[in-house]
Design a protein around this ligand. Structure first.
Ligand SMILES: Cc1cc2nc3c(=O)[nH]c(=O)nc-3n(C[C@H](O)[C@H](O)[C@H](O)COP(=O)(O)OP(=O)(O)OC[C@H]3O[C@@H](n4cnc5c(N)ncnc54)[C@H](O)[C@@H]3O)c2cc1C
Length: 402
């Protein structure tokens, strides 16, 4: 079977890329290891993502945004960030950059289901699932993927199969990375007071605690902390966990009630040394993983998808081969430096706020308060956090695609 592009992994990033390419008329194969998701239940899902306005454009461009269940999406127009060990704080407000919102909080499963639905509607897109990539052969004018149940040929293969990417390994692309020494505990809570469509983040020496607004008085929480503390939090009764959480959050939204379960995710940082090779490109977590403290991981991946779709589309429109490394280099130059900067910035932030050294503590509190008093700097932060900083792919600027 011959395709223009074969995408391994139909997570948020791979499925978005596949839809963008197929909408532009390319023949696309998608290989996904998991079964399709069951229909959405009534309970809140544990995994949510803060989706930036730039990512909203990308999802609009592939006709997925309007298929999301708006009654299950939270919006945040403001953000409060403060340091637990001093008076440093900063307040962001979308109105200061003339925007309606700083982003939306969406259950990952809701986006995933909308993407699955969209993939099924595109004539030139075929999904192989559940199936996995077992072998890769790069030849002069094509790549061959051996799956558990089939063999595919494509001009370009894309690794979108997450941080432990098998395709990246088969292509022999090395990574730099390590552990943050933290795990992120996630849960959903009902708060006594309304969250005021605001995202809240309190930095503690063991890691940041975020409250992300869902509809009504519900919040999704992400509590990054030391692994042993994370495991202890998972083992607590609902009442004890709600109490520990409320204390850690200084009871800003009153008393808390947990709804549903809890889970913990080990946090790692990783960066592939190359984003492209002959007939292969890496996107999303297969290329980079970052600390979740700024809710940027999936958003960076969606920008990768939009940039790669644009490069492949432009290359094909000129009658050139989209799998040639020389043509793919534009994608690498576009995204790698930017993602690395964001990753290093977030790692620096995480180090700065974990430090117990007095001069560092004093400096970060002063830094936060200074940013709060400097509107131009605040606006710059907000533009980057909204995904609108730097050289944007076409899809992130306008919902018209291709
Ligand atoms: C606690 C936490 C909170 C986060 N919050 C946010 C947030 O608010 N905002 C944000 O932007 N990001 C957030 N992130 C990061 C975000 O979740 C990831 O960056 C994003 O999900 C990566 O998407 P992906 O599609 O690249 O990879 P994945 O989601 O890992 O998808 C990879 C896909 O590939 C499939 N696969 C794996 N191996 C194979 C194979 N061999 N063959 C075929 N298929 C395969 C998998 O089944 C999966 O479907 C958070 C992360 C954590 C841990």
């Amino acid at each position: 079977m011959n395709y223009d592009v074969a995408v391994a992994g139909a997570g948020l990033v791979g499925a978005t890329l596949a839809c963008a390419l197929a909408k532009a008329g390319l023949r696309v194969a998608v290989i996904e290891a998991s079964e399709p998701l069951p229909p959405m239940g009534e309970d809140w899902e544990l995994r949510v993502s803060a989706i930036t306005p730039a990512s909203e454009f990308i999802l609009r461009g592939i006709d997925v945004w309007d298929a999301l269940p708006c009654d299950r999406m939270g919006v945040f127009r403001e953000m409060h960030v403060w340091d637990a060990t001093g008076g440093g704080r900063v307040h962001f407000d979308a109105a200061e950059i003339g925007a309606e919102a700083l982003g939306h909080i969406v259950e990952n499963g809701a986006v995933q289901r909308a993407l699955e639905h969209r993939m099924a509607s595109l004539d030139t897109l075929k999904v192989f699932r559940p199936d996995t990539v077992e072998d890769l052969l790069i030849e002069r004018d094509r790549a061959t993927l051996r799956l558990g149940g089939a063999r595919l040929h494509a001009r370009l293969v894309v690794a979108a199969d997450g941080s432990r990417s098998r395709l990246r390994e088969l292509a022999g692309i090395a990574c730099d990375g390590g552990d943050y020494g933290q795990e992120a505990v996630v849960a959903t809570v009902l708060t006594e007071r309304g969250h005021a469509e605001t995202a809240w983040q309190r930095f503690m020496p063991d890691g940041p605690l975020a409250f992300l607004p869902l509809p009504g008085r519900f919040c999704s929480i992400v509590w990054s902390t030391l692994p042993e503390h994370a495991q202890a939090l998972l083992a607590q009764s609902d009442e004890d966990f709600a109490d520990a959480l409320g204390q850690a959050f200084e009871w800003r939204l009153g008393r808390l009630e947990t709804v549903g379960g809890r889970a913990a995710f080990p946090l790692r940082h990783l960066h592939a040394r190359d984003y492209v090779g002959e007939r292969i490109a890496l996107v999303g977590d297969a290329a980079h993983t970052v600390h979740p403290l700024a809710g940027q991981g999936a958003n960076l991946g969606l920008q990768d998808a939009a940039a790669l779709a644009e490069v492949v589309h432009d290359t094909c429109s000129r009658g050139r081969d989209p799998g040639r490394r020389s043509n793919l280099r534009r994608y690498e130059r576009w995204r790698k430096g930017r993602n690395r900067l964001m990753q290093e910035g977030l790692s620096g932030f995480q180090w700065l706020f974990s430090s117990r050294l007095e001069p560092v503590r004093a400096a970060r509190n002063l830094g936060l308060s200074t940013v709060d008093r400097l509107p131009p700097l605040k606006r710059l932060f907000m533009r980057y956090a909204s995904g609108f900083g730097g050289d944007l792919p076409r899809m992130a600027r306008s919902p018209r695609w291709p």
